[in-house]
Ligand binder design. Structure first.
Ligand code: ADP
Length: 579
């Protein structure tokens, strides 16, 4: 095993279920790579531990090799062998754990969404700690993410610190409180944790079902540092639940959303599974639970160690000036390339090039900060949307935005897929309906390359989330010169500021926002954006320039994590010296 190298910085180990680009489902994957690279750049030794999924993008791992040691880890009353692979992803050292378990935990062709996800990831969490112990590593920080690796926190303090893996402080980041991975309490025993000791209200017991174990709650209780991914979301999850009622009938004109405070009527166990992430949801056409999802009291009790830090984006990966997925690279000072990407995407998706109802818009770039002023022909506007199609994302509003964009004379391109069968079916219906339409295209799959092309080709980017812990697509969109239209919630509220809001200093106003998660709310923002685009192209161009030059890198967020880590490590050392 590779031994821990000496470094003047901290030694940080991330244990996670995703990492972009090798194993990415959503934002978690981007965050692991982004924060890892930023901390490494600041002089810290960063290592990552991932499951070795069969469906990973192996061509994005450099120098992958199997180590000639086998790590044995406990599960269900016996020891199992794990092969350990090591490689480099985006310049970061990564260990991949391949369990030799008859259930072939990570040979399923899927990252998440398996019936035994609780087993798969509790096994992985224990094997990761076993790897650290057997390798003799002495990390300063072990950073685990989301419910899949939340088991690390109780495992570390209950089993591994006593075995001698005791140099570390534990940091837990919850990227989305919707997904808590609860299971019947007895299931916890498989990874060797003591159910009797942990199925208690002040430990891992789920707050609403006393025979269930909640890994996220366990990580909140057992970690030294608990973070979530934006300051606004950190506030929201400390509040009691709000019920958001969404009538998502197929007739878009009759859809409406009401928000009111009341107790959740959803019973544990009667909830449907929200696809891959093992979460619960109560129907996109009925009630949406937002707020702390049952954990607000736990978070309030542990509020001293809980903080919200806005994610950044990996500005090397997401850079229109160097992006090799694009037809033409471009930058804020030369948007000709953006216009060419728009044409290329339209050609690729067989969309119309010129809309007879909507004259092409001619922009004259005469801005003081743009030296190379030239005529730009942007054409009628494109609205983009790239998302997992799950209730959280406001699927009824996404659907409404498609029709509204059409009414306003724009083109709409949606890239998304859904782990929820009836949502996938409904969007397939819409996709088929518009199959040969000149102005609408729905691509219902995961496609990394196409996502880059859509960011580059769109003028506006729609994110009408019911709740959004951080959201990365608004930041990526801005970097590619696409103006975000977002609902004011969570991380969207911390990164998108309404162009027309005089109470906000002008330099921060970078998009269009709305509060009420209903059609009127969305229309108010979309219509204003469209009017701005159509009626004041020069001002619109200034806005594009401003958004493209805003700093969404990990630099300031990584600094905040570094401070949290350093304080926690210093406190631990002070305690050790006093003892
Ligand atoms: P979440 O983590 O809730 O899915 P985020 O906004 O934090 O949402 O991150 C979404 C990430 O996943 C972005 O990088 C986005 O580009 C990407 N993404 C989402 N859906 C798709 C898709 N269908 N194809 C390609 N990339 C996608």
């Amino acid at each position: 095993l590779t031994s821990s190298s000496m470094s003047s910085g901290l030694h940080v180990i991330h244990i996670a279920a995703e990492m972009a680009p090798v194993a990415k489902v959503g934002g978690l994957g981007d965050v692991i790579t982004g924060i890892g690279k930023a901390l490494q750049k600041r002089g810290h030794l960063v290592e990552i531990i991932l499951p070795k999924y069969d469906c990973m993008q192996y061509d994005r791992v450099q120098e992958l090799r199997v180590l000639d040691v086998v790590v044995e880890s406990y599960f269900d009353g016996r020891l199992f062998k794990n092969k350990v692979w090591v490689g480099t992803v985006e310049g970061l050292p990564v260990y991949f754990i391949e369990p030799h378990h008859p259930d072939k935990f990570f040979w399923r062709g899927e990252f998440y969404g398996e019936r035994d996800d609780f087993k798969r990831f509790s096994f992985f969490s224990r094997a990761a700690l076993e790897l650290l112990l057997q390798a003799g590593k002495k990390p300063d920080i072990i950073h685990c993410h989301d419910w899949q690796t939340a088991f690390v926190a109780p495992l570390y303090w209950d089993l591994y610190a006593p075995k001698g893996l005791n140099s570390a402080r534990i940091c837990f980041t919850c990227h989305n409180f919707e997904y808590q991975g609860t299971a019947h309490a007895s299931e916890l025993a498989s990874c060797g944790l003591d159910v009797q000791q942990l199925n208690r209200p002040d430990r891992m017991q789920d707050n609403s079902a006393h025979d269930r174990i909640n890994p996220v709650k366990g990580a909140i209780v057992f970690s030294n540092i608990v973070t979530t991914v934006s300051p606004s979301y950190a506030q929201e999850v400390r509040t009691a639940e709000i019920i958001c009622q969404c009538d998502g009938t197929l007739n878009r004109r009759s859809s409406r959303v009401r928000e009111k405070e009341e107790e959740s009527a959803t019973k544990p166990g009667s909830e449907a599974r929200d696809g891959g992430r093992g979460a619960h949801w109560c129907g996109w056409a009925r009630r949406r639970r937002i707020g702390g999802k049952g954990l607000h009291s736990t978070l309030n009790f542990h509020s001293k160690k809980f903080v919200g830090i806005l994610n950044g984006i990996d500005t090397d990966t997401w850079n229109p000036a160097t992006d090799t997925f694009l037809k033409v690279q471009y930058n804020a000072n030369d948007l000709q390339g953006k216009a060419e990407n728009k044409v290329a995407l339209r050609r690729h998706l067989a969309l119309s090039f010129a809309d007879a109802r909507q004259p092409l818009i001619v922009l004259i770039l005469g801005l003081s900060r743009i030296s190379d002023a030239k005529l730009q022909i942007l054409g009628d506007y494109n609205v983009g949307c790239i998302t997992r199609l799950v209730p959280q994302k406001g699927v009824h509003l996404i659907r409404h935005a498609i029709y509204r964009t059409l009414e306003l004379g724009g083109q709409f391109v949606l890239l998304g897929s859904s782990p929820v069968p009836h949502i996938q079916r409904e969007f397939e219906g819409i996709a088929n309906h518009f199959q040969n339409h000149d102005h609408i295209r729905l691509i219902l799959k995961y496609d990394e390359s196409l996502s880059h092309s859509i960011y580059a080709a769109s003028d506006m980017f729609i994110i009408p989330s019911i709740f959004e812990p951080c959201g990365l697509t608004q930041m990526i969109a801005m970097r590619y010169g696409s103006i975000p239209i977002t609902r004011k919630t969570g991380g969207l509220n911390d990164s998108v500021f309404d162009f027309d809001d005089d109470t906000i200093p002008l330099q921060f106003r970078n998009g269009y926002t709305f509060l009420n998660p209903d059609e009127q709310g969305l229309n108010s923002a979309l219509d204003r954006a469209f009017n701005h685009y159509k009626n004041n192209p020069e001002s619109w161009h200034q806005l594009v320039y401003k958004d493209m030059t805003m700093d969404w890198s990990w630099d300031s967020s990584a600094l905040q994590y570094e401070e949290l880590y350093a304080k926690s490590v210093a406190r631990a050392r002070a305690t050790t010296i006093r003892a």
